[in-house]
Design a protein around this ligand. Structure first.
Ligand SMILES: *[C@@H]1O[C@H](CO)[C@@H](O)[C@H](O)[C@H]1NC(C)=O
Ligand SMILES: *[C@@H]1O[C@H](CO)[C@@H](O)[C@H](O)[C@H]1NC(C)=O
Ligand SMILES: *[C@@H]1O[C@H](CO)[C@@H](O)[C@H](O)[C@H]1NC(C)=O
Ligand SMILES: *[C@@H]1O[C@H](CO)[C@@H](O)[C@H](O)[C@H]1NC(C)=O
Ligand SMILES: *[C@@H]1O[C@H](CO)[C@@H](O)[C@H](O)[C@H]1NC(C)=O
Ligand SMILES: *[C@@H]1O[C@H](CO)[C@@H](O)[C@H](O)[C@H]1NC(C)=O
Length: 459
């Protein structure tokens, strides 16, 4: 309350004091911030970063022996915090107009929206990287250089041993530039620039996979469970509660309007770090329903819903293992590892099929329109998996005498390859990982998988 009042009277003072002390982020998060799906802040999955955005704890790595040394790192990273897309901005405009012209009541938050909030989103922002998004990647670069100092080092960067690949989308290119800037600013490098390659076959494989595009992405019936949930009792209740809070007819708050309100709260928080009055349209139960609707969509469009979703990432899967193999064999045969680090910047849509292909976050039951209550403990939660700047790190270790190990980390936390849990700590033998994924390594052919199925009659 105090902070809200100050904000109104002395906005400049509050901003400057918060930049110095960094307290606002901690004290003023929306209660529902942990349910924002792919619109969530990275800090939400690593809360210690709120206090210190550059904090790193090297002891989480725990290699099996002191001899182990990092020999290669592949980092697959989602772009940083972005603006809403044009479609969502149009929905936000419509919602704002409803609240401005049709809502009534004496609530403080409502009056705040009606008298102080301004519609500052413009359609040309369309998904671009924000200033916060630039910092997401700069900070990540600095943290990774502290976590893997022998790999992400000034010497290796100058020596051309760090390779950058990005999706062609502007927000990804700018995220790649930001990651590089994080390193060059850290080491004060001014005499040299570092290249990146744009490769959509690799980072936007989902657009190139004909079968996926036809059968899932452009196929309205592929998301029938999502549509049913949007029309089901849980979602209807959320929409009615929003309409009640605004005192507008129920028909005004469609699912699109509820979603616009939810994302508005998320965007205001992710981009500007403010606990916006729009967040008051939801309580925690409502947020969980909104979160589920979005997870349901990701499940059917990018996750376990259809086999082609994960198979569309075969090209990236093989690319990753080719790099690991090359580094492993160079190291074994006494050559220098020529690609110490690969930084690959893409989308949530890039990471999710790959995580699914590798078997992460698989629940025993599919997410459907009718099992919301049974899925409260699900592991398939995009809020945890895919915030802005989400990253999958694969670190190859040389523990001497041909003992190579591979450690996966998701969002800077060690994870275990599903099905390989008996392994010592989280760092299995590279050979065992290859054995575990043998079928995929021998098959999973992008061209084959992505071909449209031909019925015998058509051949
Ligand atoms: C660092 O990680 C180790 C191992 O997980 C843990 O025991 C320790 O408490 C952590 N240290 C800090 C400062 O968080
Ligand atoms: C909503 O507001 C618009 C614009 O002022 C007005 O034309 C319309 O009649 C209102 N609808 C209701 C149901 O209040
Ligand atoms: C990328 O950065 C450039 C230069 O900073 C800027 O002009 C452009 O608008 C940015 N594009 C996106 C999509 O963020
Ligand atoms: C993109 O990456 C794939 C897989 O590594 C490779 O075959 C292809 O040549 C690359 N394309 C470009 C344009 O670099
Ligand atoms: C669309 O999806 C449905 C449900 O999976 C499927 O039965 C149908 O064959 C798909 N249509 C196309 C054109 O692939
Ligand atoms: C293999 O990797 C380890 C760890 O980086 C390094 O100490 C060793 O020199 C490498 N071997 C070769 C031949 O490059």
């Amino acid at each position: 309350m105090m902070l809200t009042c100050l904000w109104k009277v002395f906005p400049f003072f509050v901003i400057s004091c918060c930049l110095l002390t960094n307290v606002m982020l901690e004290d003023d998060s929306p209660v529902i911030a942990k349910y924002f799906n792919t619109k969530g802040r990275y800090e939400e999955v690593n809360l210690y970063l709120i206090k210190d955005i550059l904090a790193v704890n090297r002891s989480i790595l725990q290699p099996p022996s002191a001899q182990c040394q990092e020999s290669h790192l592949t980092a697959i990273i989602r772009h940083g915090t972005r603006y809403p897309t044009t479609k969502i901005i149009k929905d936000i405009q419509q919602l704002y107009s409803i609240v401005l012209h049709n809502a009534s009541g004496e609530d403080t938050w409502l009056r705040e929206i009606q008298t102080q909030w301004t519609m500052w989103y413009t359609e040309d922002m369309d998904g671009r990287l924000t200033w916060k998004g630039v910092n997401d990647l700069k900070h990540l670069a600095v943290r990774l250089s502290n976590l893997f100092p022998s790999l992400i080092s000034e010497e290796k960067l100058r020596g051309g041993l760090i390779n950058f690949i990005t999706s062609s989308k502007h927000r990804c290119i700018n995220s790649t530039l930001a990651f590089k800037a994080g390193l060059t600013e850290l080491w004060d490098i001014k005499d040299k620039e570092f290249d990146h390659a744009v490769n959509d076959s690799l980072m936007r494989f989902f657009d190139m996979c004909t079968r996926f595009v036809q059968e899932v992405d452009k196929n309205a019936s592929a998301v029938v469970e999502v549509d049913k949930f949007k029309q089901g009792p849980e979602m209807r209740r959320v929409q009615e509660k929003i309409a009640d809070r605004l005192r507008v007819p129920y028909s005004f708050i469609t699912h699109d309007m509820a979603e616009a309100a939810f994302y508005l709260c998320a965007y205001e928080f992710a981009i500007k770090a403010v606990n916006s009055p729009w967040c008051q349209l939801f309580d925690e139960d409502d947020a969980k329903v909104m979160e589920y609707a979005s997870d349901l969509r990701e499940f059917w469009k990018r996750g376990y819903g259809y086999d082609i979703n994960r198979k569309s990432s075969c090209i990236l899967f093989h690319d990753v293992f080719n790099r690991l193999n090359k580094a492993a064999s160079q190291n074994k045969s006494g050559q220098q590892v020529t690609e110490a680090v690969t930084v690959q910047v893409g989308h949530a849509d890039t990471l999710l099929p790959l995580l699914t292909l590798l078997g992460f976050f698989k629940d025993s039951e599919a997410l459907t329109s009718t099992n919301y209550a049974a899925q409260t403990q699900r592991s398939f939660r995009t809020s945890h998996m895919l915030p802005y700047a989400a990253n999958l790190l694969l670190v190859l270790y040389d523990c001497g005498e041909g003992d190579l190990r591979l450690q996966p980390l998701l969002n800077e936390k060690p994870v275990t390859f599903p099905g390989l849990t008996d392994q010592r700590a989280s760092m299995p033998l590279y050979q065992d990982v290859r054995e575990h994924y043998r079928e995929l390594l021998q098959g999973c052919d992008f061209e084959n998988e992505c071909q449209l199925f031909k019925h015998p009659a058509e051949v």
